[in-house]
Ligand binder design. Structure first.
Ligand SMILES: [Zn+2]
Length: 384
C-alpha cells in the first residue's frame, strides 16, 4: 500500500471522462455473449460504461496479485466471483498508520481469505523490527514454515527495510543484509515467492510536484517523503541492495512490487529482467506511470517481457471501510486498467488524453493470469 490510490483515482478518473458507450467489440475473448454480467440490476452499482470492460476482464480469469483486504463482506466474495477474480491479499509490517498491529492485521487477512470461496490467497509478512534479536531468523523461518503449511503462498518485505530500520552502528538496514538470508532460503526451499516493495517512486526524492501521481501520498505521509529527509539512503543505494539480493538468491522468485520501484523508465526494468531471471514485477499503484510514459515504448516493453509483468492494483478493503465505496473503487480500477491495456480507447489522465495499448490477446492472458500462476504458485486454486 502506498499510493493513496483511491484519492488519485477519484480525482483524475471521474466517470464522466471515461469514454461512454464502448462495447466489447474486438474482444471476443472466451466468454460467449449472453446475460450481461454487470447489468445494473445484477450488481446494484450501475457500472454502465464499465460493464463491457469488466466482462472482458472477467473472461481472462484475472488475478490481482496485490491487494490489501482486511475486512470480510459477502458482497466482496460476490464481486470476486462475478469477476472470476483471484487476489493475493498482502500483509504489511508497519509500525504506524493503518497497519499498526501485525497479529490483528494477519487475523483479518486470514478471515478475508477464509470467506473468499477460494478467490483469495494469503501473502504473509514478518516483523523486521526484531532483526537484532539473536533468534530473529530462526524464529521467522519457523513461523513462515507454519504459515506455508496453512496455505500462505508468498511473503512480503516492505520499504521500511532500506528506508527506516537501522543497524546498531547507525547504517540503514538493507534488503540484502545477511540477517535475512536464512529467511530468503526458507522461502525458496518451500517454493514460495517473495513480494518485495523496496524503495519508493523517484518522486519520493524530488521536490513536490502537484502533477506527480504520488503528490498526495507524500503530502499525507511526510515521514516517507525522502525529499524532506536527505540523511536517508538514496534510491539508487536501496535498489542496488535489492539487485544484490536477486543475484545472491537465484533460486528465490522475487516479484518487485510497484514496477520494482522503476516506474519512470521501463528500460530500467528491462535491464534487471535481462540480468536476473528470478525477477518479475507487479503493476500495483503504478499503472498511471505506464499510462503517462511513451505509448509505443511501454507497449513494446510489455510485449517483449510479457512473461515478467504481473497484474496488481494495490486496491484496499480496509477494516471499517464502507463496502459500497470499495466495491465501486475496485470495479472502476479494473475497468480502467482493462481499457488501458486491452483496448485502444481514449482515457483522460491528468489533463492528458491517453490511448489504450491494445495489447495482443496472448500478452493480456499472461499479464492478467498466466504470469501470476507461474510466479506465485498456488495463487489461483479454483474455487470449490
Ligand atoms: Zn501495497
Amino acid at each position: 500500500m502506498i499510493g493513496d490510490m483511491r484519492g488519485n483515482l477519484k480525482r483524475v478518473f471521474l466517470p464522466a471522462v471515461l469514454v461512454a458507450g464502448m462495447t466489447a467489440a474486438g474482444f471476443q475473448i472466451g466468454r460467449a455473449a449472453g446475460k450481461p454480467l454487470f447489468a445494473p440490476a445484477a450488481s446494484g452499482l450501475s457500472p454502465d460504461a464499465n460493464g463491457a470492460a469488466l466482462q472482458a476482464f472477467a473472461a481472462m480469469d484475472p488475478i490481482d496479485t496485490h491487494v490489501h483486504a482486511f475486512q470480510t463482506d459477502p458482497a466482496f466474495t460476490d464481486l470476486m466471483s462475478r469477476l472470476q477474480l483471484h487476489v493475493l491479499d498482502i500483509c504489511v509490517a508497519d509500525t504506524h498508520g493503518i497497519y499498526s498491529k501485525l497479529a490483528t492485521e494477519l487475523a483479518r487477512a486470514k478471515d478475508f481469505v477464509a470467506a473468499s470461496s477460494g478467490h483469495a490467497r494469503l501473502c504473509v509478512t514478518f516483523d523486521p523490527f526484531t532483526f537484532q534479536q539473536k533468534e530473529f531468523a530462526q524464529n521467522t523461518v519457523k513461523q513462515l514454515h507454519q504459515q506455508f503449511a496453512e496455505g500462505a503462498v508468498a511473503v512480503k518485505i516492505w520499504k521500511n527495510i532500506g528506508m527506516e530500520l537501522k543497524t546498531p552502528d547507525g547504517k540503514y538496514l538493507m534488503p540484502d543484509d545477511p540477517v535475512f538470508e536464512p529467511i530468503y532460503r526458507e522461502i525458496a526451499a518451500e517454493n514460495r515467492t517473495l513480494v518485495a516493495h523496496v524503495a519508493e517512486p523517484s518522486s519520493c526524492w524530488q521536490p513536490p510536484d502537484p502533477n506527480s501521481p504520488d503528490y498526495d501520498y507524500y503530502k499525507e505521509n511526510p515521514e516517507w517523503y525522502m525529499y524532506l529527509h536527505p540523511d536517508h539512503p538514496r534510491k539508487e543505494t536501496i535498489l542496488a541492495a535489492r539487485d544484490h539480493l536477486l543475484a545472491e538468491n537465484p533460486q528465490l522468485r522475487v516479484v518487485g512490487a510497484h514496477l520494482g520501484s522503476m516506474e519512470t523508465d521501463v528500460d530500467e526494468i528491462a535491464k534487471r529482467f535481462d540480468l536476473y531471471p528470478n525477477f518479475a514485477v507487479d503493476t500495483a499503484a503504478r499503472m498511471e506511470y505506464l499510462m503517462l510514459a511513451p505509448r509505443e515504448k511501454v507497449r513494446n516493453f510489455l510485449i517483449k517481457y510479457q512473461d515478467r509483468v504481473l497484474y496488481g492494483t494495490d486496491l484496499e478493503f480496509l477494516n471499517g471501510e464502507a463496502t459500497p465505496d470499495a466495491l465501486k473503487d475496485w470495479q472502476e480500477t479494473y475497468a480502467r486498467d482493462w481499457k488501458f491495456l486491452a483496448t485502444d480507447q481514449k482515457l483522460q489522465l491528468r489533463g492528458r488524453e491517453i490511448e489504450g495499448l491494445n495489447l495482443p490477446e496472448p500478452v493480456l492472458r499472461r499479464i492478467f493470469h498466466d504470469n501470476a500462476v507461474r510466479w506465485i504458485p498456488g495463487i489461483a486454486v479454483s474455487p470449490k
